[in-house]
Design a protein around this ligand. Structure first.
Ligand SMILES: Nc1ncnc2c1ncn2[C@@H]1O[C@H](COP(=O)(O)OP(=O)(O)OP(=O)(O)O)[C@@H](O)[C@H]1O
Length: 598
């Protein structure tokens, strides 16, 4: 069964949707290439028209050659035909020059760059709702579908529509009866086309979405293979992947089935129309009002036109693929970044405040954070504790402005985050996560990511402070070892220390630590702990902690439950007060004893 695509916009069915496609195309190649592209399209249309008139010139040429003993008229028509056909070839050559010059390739490159820039400014909540594979297929596949083949597809469409139309108009001038009959084929096709195009468009959109989903599934499957194999679930997930492929196959089969009937109808209408033209021609010859040579010429023209005319719906299907891709790209480009309120301000101090913050995820059920107030003084260490799902990560994401609270405000140094330019917020905060992402580049470049303008010496100093030197020197090519190849061979603690070295290099005044040592063995934890000590000194630090033993020294512990602040204070005070924290502490102590005893 065909599934209906989500968010499929209502579609226009007239020639204006062609114009919309051209406009979208011109938008996506950008202002520098757009005039060239317009000329190129005009050139292709003109070439198709000249080719049509050139074909029509065969009729007077044949007639003159057969009826006029003086060959000069035939030669003139021959010259006219050659001139028209030659102009058509010249124009097509000029129009395709846009492609030959590599301008389409450059426009593709430029559009990819723009999509990349867009990805940088899209609110992270929206970005994280999209799957990596879907984005990958949009930035690579859709851009290619949209641009690289655009002129080839449009050339086919014009040749299928404009050339027969102009040939028919040309024949009208020579023999109005045959010409008019030929022209009548077009009004017969238009309603068929108008009936067919919206369904084609929908089909291509659904197919496009299915491709994106399949691409996302393949990416996730290959990335998750080590975990799936370890869990013995690789087969189970492969089953899911094959279901995705099966869905894709049934959508394609459905599209082919649906497409076949109208294509056959259009082809039949065209063939019947052309047979009618020839029938009329034969009748006129028999009646003595048409020379057999003219009929011969019309026969040649009709044979030449029948194929593009009957397959033009197939070509417009390619246009639909292009338009569906353009729409997906347009939707991504239209996503707005989080607004910045004026006047823009950059904080001079780095204490953090959460003031009456309420936050609900767009796709969440209920408030993730409610009525949250907290004051995190500059250069203090604050620990966030609480059960899984209580809202610790959400608080740090609010601080990083992945999204804005629906009510209340988060401030740094008294400045509302909404007033701070986005790139400055990134510069103010370093985050060290439990999972470290290593880029496919050298060790040196991976650490330099923290501050791209840092000198080699500064990178090395940060790596030293982050306790990285011992393992970097053991790597086969030392600092120049590409981490894409051996990243998986680094231990969790080593990866963690690379990430701390990046943060040290960045030297941001605020540090967020998302349980960096939770998954490490004791020896690694000690090394990472030393690296962290170097990182956090003199900084405003927020630590998300599950193991309370790691945060007993915190200046302040915030105990959170269901998005609300339950208790705040130092370890000893909270223990003395009793309540939620004291119970968590006792429970963790019990777990420890149990694990020792077992
Ligand atoms: N993108 C999202 N969309 C909808 N709801 C979300 C989203 N991310 C988190 N939530 C929900 O918000 C609540 C708070 O989640 P959060 O990740 O902040 O908790 P946490 O305390 O960090 O949990 P953990 O310790 O397990 O990491 C949870 O109920 C979670 O299910």
């Amino acid at each position: 069964m065909m599934q209906k695509a989500a968010n499929v916009p209502p579609r226009k069915t007239s020639a204006s949707s062609f114009l919309t496609t051209f406009r979208q195309l011109a938008d996506s190649v950008g202002p520098e290439a757009a005039p060239g592209l317009r000329w190129s399209l005009a050139g292709l249309i003109a070439a198709a028209a000249f080719q049509g008139f050139g074909l029509a010139a065969i009729a007077p040429l044949f007639t003159a050659a057969a009826t006029d003993p003086d060959l000069s008229r035939a030669l003139i028509w021959f010259g006219v035909m050659i001139a028209l056909m030659g102009t058509a070839s010249g124009l097509r050559w000029f129009a395709q020059g846009f492609d030959f010059d590599g301008r389409m390739v450059r426009a593709t490159w430029r559009l990819r760059g723009q999509l990349g820039a867009k990805l940088r400014e899209i609110p992270l909540e929206q970005l994280q709702n999209k799957r990596a594979g879907e984005l990958n297929s949009m930035v690579l596949g859709n851009v290619d579908e949209n641009l690289l083949y655009a002129l080839t597809v449009l050339n086919l469409v014009f040749t299928a529509i404009v050339t027969p139309l102009c040939a028919a108009i040309g024949i009208v001038m020579f023999d109005w009866r045959l010409g008019l009959l030929l022209l009548m084929i077009f009004p017969a096709i238009v309603p068929l086309y108008r009936w067919r195009r919206p369904a084609l468009g929908r089909g291509k959109r659904i197919l496009g979405q299915a491709h994106q989903e399949a691409s996302a599934d393949v990416l996730e499957y290959t990335q998750g293979l080590p975990i799936l194999r370890a869990a013995g679930r690789a087969g189970e997930k492969a089953e899911k992947l094959s279901q995705t492929f099966h869905k894709l196959e049934s959508i394609q089969a459905f599209g082919h089935r649906k497409g076949a009937k109208p294509n056959i109808i259009v082809a039949s209408v065209v063939e019947l129309g052309l047979v009618a033209v020839l029938g009329l021609g034969v009748w006129l010859v028999v009646a003595g009002s048409l020379h057999p040579a003219t009929l011969g010429a019309v026969f040649v023209i009709v044979v030449r036109l029948s194929e593009p005319l009957s397959t033009f719906i197939l070509y417009t299907a390619m246009l639909e693929v292009m338009e569906a891709a353009l729409e997906r790209i347009g939707a991504l480009m239209a996503t707005k970044p989080l607004p910045q309120t004026e006047p823009a301000q950059v904080p001079k101090e780095f204490g953090i405040q959460f003031k009456d913050v309420n936050f609900t995820y767009a796709q969440g059920d209920g408030q993730a954070i409610s009525g949250f107030n907290a004051d995190l003084p500059e250069r203090s260490l604050t620990a966030l504790v609480g059960p899984s799902g209580c809202g610790k990560t959400t608080l740090t994401r609010l601080l990083l402005r992945h999204f804005d609270p629906q009510n209340g405000a988060v401030t740094i140094g008294g400045v509302d985050l909404r007033q701070i330019p986005a790139d400055r917020i990134n510069g103010l905060i370093s985050v060290v996560f439990q999972d470290v992402y290593l880029f496919n580049d050298t060790v040196l470049a991976n650490i330099r990511m923290g501050r791209p303008e840092a000198t080699d010496e500064e990178v090395r100093a940060a790596a030293k402070a982050a306790q990285c030197l011992d393992f970097i020197e053991r790597l086969p090519q030392g600092w120049q070892t590409p981490l894409g190849e051996i990243g998986g061979r680094l231990s969790g603690g080593e990866r963690q220390r690379i990430s701390i070295a990046r943060a040290l290099l960045k030297d941001a005044p605020i540090i967020v630590l998302d349980e960096p040592t939770a998954a490490l063995d004791t020896e690694s934890e000690l090394a990472v702990q030393r690296a962290l000590d170097a990182l956090v000194s003199q900084k405003t630090v927020i630590v998300i902690a599950h193991r309370l033993s790691t945060i007993v020294g915190a200046d302040q512990i915030l105990v959170i439950e269901d998005g609300t602040l339950m208790q705040a204070g130092k370890h000893a005070d909270l223990l003395a007060k009793g309540g939620r924290y004291a119970r968590m502490w006792a429970a963790q102590g019990a777990v420890k004893k149990w694990s020792v005893a077992s």
